[in-house]
Design a protein around this ligand. Structure first.
Ligand code: ATP
Length: 490
């Protein structure tokens, strides 16, 4: 089942590569896209400054990452090729270089941030690839210990490529039996150091927090967190500080939002178990059969996953009770008159019902001359949201539900000149953010209530509870066309 790593080429140095763009920065490293001058093959080269490693006392971290990557790279399993490979290492007086597989499509966290939650078949597929990867990893005696969406990169063909083995542990029997206490204190110290710069503790298992022993089961806990996040759009344990998150983890304090499917709920519940040995799969030997045979994964052939085309990651259209009941609006009139017909066809609607949104009388921003602008600015002084719009004219405002996966929050959305799309927590009167504008901003109404605003890094999933999604899209498109089309043309 295993094959040897292709023999590393003759001794390499930085001169054997053309260094391209920076792919990312770690706490003591910079990762570059690089091309091998001899083969034209692309790699990700992680460059760690020796000075920095010593100053940050990261020698162990770097050593561990190299050792783990070497074991993995020497034991590539055809049906679980889900790890970054270390092709070669070299150094010069200043830096250490790791030549790694280039994962072209970024990381899973980027996709989760972009679309919120995944379609069910997508969560299933990526969950299954992680299980297949963990099975191989644990068979080699390696525990990752820092599995999280940002450490799950994606290859050009959108299969997972797990990275960041600096916290990994290669277990052997002696270590498992005798050095548990010692290991665990080391783990806790490391966690403390790490959390100070990683900034997230959301996937850490309770036994690592408790300083009890580390077993492969801590990666099963992380798997539970990641499946939850793919399905719900946010991780299960959330809080304003690492401390608050740790508290919730220790008390197993998390909830399932409405719409969380039963099979997903069942597998997550069986993975997020405080006692490591009681987690689904923890008692399996050699293969995670109990995890793989769970109904959540029904219909998947784990051995074949790497050969199939992964499902496309696109925003998951959430079916809530209110969205389905909106199919026929409560105040819809019988018959097929002009209003009813345009509603059914998804055309702009005559506002026969009272909308909670306010659109200025002059909808077309192109008509907004200086006098009109002054008049509108004067008129909106009484508007309590005026304080957030930085002296811009409010063209449209209204309450919308801003959704991330299965979670949603009511916000006041303000479309203004500038252009800006501000959203405000009206309960606390706090500006929560802005949807960034660019020529690439696009809208799409999914139904009368739901509309998406696509930006390069994120899809905003918005619901107008009064059913005027089409109006929002039209107003946003008008503003985009006014500011950006004329720029692009002129
Ligand atoms: P830290 O070392 O602080 O834990 P890190 O693990 O993210 O952070 P690196 O491994 O140096 O640090 O990676 C930095 C960034 O470079 C990553 O966040 C990722 O965006 C990018 N990156 C790392 N490895 C690859 C790769 N093989 N292919 C593509 N991009 C990569």
């Amino acid at each position: 089942m295993t094959e040897n790593l292709e023999a590393p080429p003759m001794k390499r140095s930085a001169n054997d590569f053309i260094f391209g763009k920076v792919l990312g920065e770690g706490s003591f490293s910079t990762v570059f896209l690089a091309k091998d001058v001899h083969t034209s093959k692309e790699f990700a080269i992680k460059v760690c400054q020796k000075r920095h490693i010593i100053r940050e006392k990261k020698q162990d971290y770097v050593k561990r990452e190299k050792e783990t990557l070497l074991v993995l790279s020497k034991n590539v399993k055809e049906s679980a090729p889900y790890f970054v490979r270390l092709y070669c290492t070299f150094q010069d007086p200043e830096s250490l270089y790791f030549v790694l597989t280039y994962a072209k499509k970024g990381d899973l966290l980027g996709y989760l941030n972009k679309v919120g939650s995944f379609e069910d078949h997508c969560s299933k597929f990526y969950g299954a690839e992680i299980v297949q990867a963990l099975e191989h990893l644990h068979c080699l005696g390696i525990v990752h210990r820092d599995l999280k969406p940002e450490n799950i990169l994606l290859s050009e063909s959108m299969h997972i490529v797990i990275t960041d083995f600096g916290s990994a542990k290669i277990l052997n029997c002696v270590e498992m039996d005798e050095k548990n206490k010692e290991n665990s204190e080391e783990d806790a110290g490391e966690l403390k150091r790490k959390s100070s710069f990683v900034g997230t503790a959301q996937y850490v298992s309770p036994e690592i927090l408790n300083r009890t022993r580390t077993t492969p089961s801590c990666d099963l806990w992380a798997l539970g967190c990641i499946i939850y996040q793919m399905v719900a759009g946010l991780p299960p344990f959330r809080g304003h500080s690492d401390y608050a998150i740790f508290q919730k983890i220790m008390k197993l304090e998390y909830e399932y939002p409405d719409g969380f499917p039963d099979d997903a709920r069942d597998i997550v519940t069986q993975l997020l178990v405080l006692e490591p040995s009681e987690r689904l799969g923890a008692k399996d030997i050699g293969s995670y059969t109990s995890v793989k045979s769970h109904p959540f994964f029904s219909g998947l052939d784990f051995e074949e996953l790497h050969k199939v085309k992964p499902p496309e990651i696109c925003p998951h259209l959430v079916r809530t009770e209110s969205s389905s009941s909106f199919e026929i609006p409560s105040d819809a009139q019988p018959g097929l008159g002009a209003n009813e017909l345009s509603r059914a066809l998804g055309l702009p609607l005559a506002p026969s019902r009272k909308s909670s949104t306010v659109t200025r009388s002059k909808l077309s921003i192109a008509d907004l001359d200086e006098t009109e602008r002054e008049k509108m600015l004067e008129g909106q002084k009484e508007n309590k949201f005026n304080q957030f719009v930085e002296n811009n004219v409010i063209l449209k405002q209204g309450f919308i539900d801003k959704r991330v996966g299965l979670f949603s929050r009511r916000r006041m959305l303000l479309l203004t000149t500038g252009p800006h799309l501000y959203y405000v927590d009206s309960g606390n009167m706090v500006l929560k953010g802005e949807i960034p504008w660019s020529l690439d901003l696009k809208t799409e109404a999914k139904n009368f209530k739901t509309f998406f605003v696509y930006t390069p890094n994120r899809t905003y999933y918005l619901e107008d509870p009064t059913g005027f999604a089409l109006e929002w899209c039209k107003a946003i498109d008008d503003v985009r066309n006014f500011y950006f089309r004329s720029n692009a043309e002129g």
